[in-house]
Structures are given as C-alpha cells and as structure tokens.
Write a protein that binds this ligand. Structure first.
Ligand code: PGA
Length: 342
C-alpha cells in the first residue's frame, strides 16, 4: 500500500524516495492527533484530554476517528467510565511518546542556540519547597530577565507523575532514589519535619516527648500522595503505633490553620513555617527522634538532556543553598522562643 502510494506521486527532481519513510502516517496523521492520543492514554479519558489540551470533546473524538482510520484499527475501548488503548492504540502511544520526546529535545537544542537571552523554564516542586522556590525563581528572573518561568506546586506523587510525563524542565523533591525511575539528583537543602502544636498546648515546653504520648493526641494528616504523609505513616508503623487521625487536609497551610483552630497537632516541614513562624500561635514540640531529617534535591530523569536554561538554574539554585539554610535557622530560632526545642 505504501509502495503504491509513493509510485502514484513520484517526487520531483531525480531524488529517490527514502524507502523507510512511513508515508501513510506522513500523509494522513498529524502531530496534533498523536498529542491527543498521548493525552487520552495518559489520562484515561477523552473528556480529561480535551480539557488539558483546551479542545472540545467532539474535536478530540473526530481527530481520534481520523487517526484510527489511518491506522486501520480501533485505538480505544471502553473500560468502566474511562477508556483504555487497544493493542494498536498502545503501539501508536509508544511511537507518539518517542516522537514527542524527540521534539522536546529539539526545542531544547533550538532554545540553546538562543542562549540565555530568551526562553522559558518550568520548575515542578513538592509543596514543602513552595516556601522557598519562588524566592530562588525571583532572583533567577532578575538575573535573566528574558526568561519566562513557571512554577508548579504539587504533592510528591503528582510531582513524580509530572516528571514521568516530562511536563517540566526540573523538579525539587526528596528521596529521589526511592521513586523507581532512574534520575539525576543534586542535593539542594535540608527539609526537616517537626511536630507542630498550638502555642498553648500542654505539651509545649516538655522535653523528649515519646512518640507513644503523641499518638494520644488528635492528629491532622496530609492527603494520600503526600510525601510527608508517607514518611509519617512509615515512622509510626516502625514503632508499632498508629496516629489518632482526626482529619485529613490537602495542604500545609490548611493544616496550620487547623492546628491554630485547636483541631489537633501535625507533622510539618520546618520550611512551611518560614514566613511567619506561626505568628506566635504555633510551637514545635520536643519529641524523641525529631526532627526527621529529609532533604530536597534538584531532580531530572536520567539521560534526559537539560536545556542551557535548566542547567543555569540548577547551578543558580545550588549557589542559593546558603540562603535556604539561613532562613531555616531563623524559623527554627523563632519557633524555639516558647520552650525547649529539638
Ligand atoms: P508532600 O511533599 O507535599 O508530598 O508532602 C513533601 C515532602 O516529600 O517532603
């Protein structure tokens, strides 16, 4: 079929056509269709893909219908309320990913040709890093005013998902060696986790409080997918204990408000208290084994070339380590005013 097509319309001049060119796809498929298919496979739904790509659902369905005619086989089948790719769909998805990755690399190389004068940089960070990342990004923007930056803040599981889908140029999160993907990681800064209570809590001022005492308190836990939640659950589990969970909340800010409202105690990153240290309404409890020492790393998938801009940001952020440490020390000192600190 392909040969017939190329015979029907011979190329002009005397250049011989390359026999390995997938002429059927080149004539009938489009990059947009492959992008749509990639999004549907990843999100499991036509509707969600349409939303993500700012298209209407009929457009998405029409493009997939055309692509499936080119392929000569159905690409999706229903799976409950979602869809999943057929075998042919999966093959097209694999090829689409390879093509998209090659185009991202091309964009990076073309941007590098322009140097640091113009371009864009996307940073994806876990929630605890949002208390510092904007400061580094702000300083970076001042140093390189032609670069547009974006910052996406999500929990650990979502950041890792974004990294697998190559949605950003660089990421900040912890424990990069436990995510099951090969990555390059550069140490950035400490991310200590502390137990926080309202300033008038009876345990404030006590020393070396055992974890067994902590489980008697009402506890506020982060949402599933949070790295802090995973760490806490693991820690209590290792001691054969279970926190007395009063409520689950999806953000560090919401947790701080809930603690101030007297709804319980929680474990937070010390960074999450850096701006106001709880304005005197929050205190750090002195609990045995705390703070839990976690760290932030600048991470990107192994083997994936970093753009010149991303490489420059990485070095810039590492240079700012000292500012992060200073801010952390100030936050610690402010929280310790009320009694013995870890
Ligand atoms: P989280 O990330 O927002 O997913 O809890 C924080 C962390 O892993 O330190």
């Amino acid at each position: 079929m392909d040969q017939e097509d190329s015979r029907a319309e011979p190329p002009s001049g005397d250049e011989t056509p390359r026999p390995d060119m997938p002429s059927r796809f080149i004539r009938h498929a489009s990059l947009r269709q492959l992008q749509i298919l990639e999004a549907i496979v990843r999100l499991g739904s036509f509707t969600r893909a349409a939303e993500e790509l700012f298209l209407t659902q009929p457009t998405v369905s029409m493009q997939i219908k055309k692509l499936s005619e080119t392929v000569g086989a159905p690409l999706f089948m229903p799976a409950g309320r979602n869809v999943e790719p057929t075998e042919a769909g999966r093959e097209v998805y694999r090829a689409a990913r390879t093509l998209m990755d090659a185009l991202v690399d091309l964009e990076i190389r073309l941007a590098d040709l322009k140097g640091l004068k113009r371009g864009r940089f996307r940073l994806g960070v876990i929630t605890t890093a949002k208390y510092f990342a904007p400061e580094i990004l702000g300083a970076f923007c001042e140093a390189y005013p032609g670069i547009d930056v974006s910052l996406k803040v999500s929990n650990r599981h979502r950041v890792i998902e974004r990294m697998s889908n190559h949605e950003d140029d660089l990421y900040i999160f912890g424990e990069p060696d436990t995510i099951g993907l090969p990555v390059e990681a550069t140490y950035l800064a400490p991310n200590p986790l502390i137990i926080v209570a309202r300033a008038d809590h009876p345990l404030v001022g006590a020393s070396n409080i055992p974890l067994e005492r902590i489980v008697q308190e009402r506890f506020i836990l982060r949402e599933p997918g949070s790295g802090v939640r995973d760490t806490i659950t693991r820690l209590f589990g290792e001691h054969g204990l279970k926190p007395n969970v009063r409520m689950e909340l999806g953000s560090n800010e919401a947790i701080k408000h809930a603690i101030i409202a007297g709804l319980g105690i929680s474990i937070l990153s010390l960074h999450s208290l850096n701006l106001d240290a709880g304005a005197g309404r929050l205190s750090m409890l002195n609990v045995a084994g705390f703070p839990i020492q976690r760290d932030w790393y600048l991470v990107h998938p192994k083997g994936r070339e970093l753009s010149l801009i991303a490489r420059t940001f990485l070095a810039f952020a590492v240079e700012h380590q000292v500012n992060i440490q200073e801010t952390l020390a100030r936050t610690h000192a402010a929280l310790c005013q009320s009694g013995p600190c870890n």
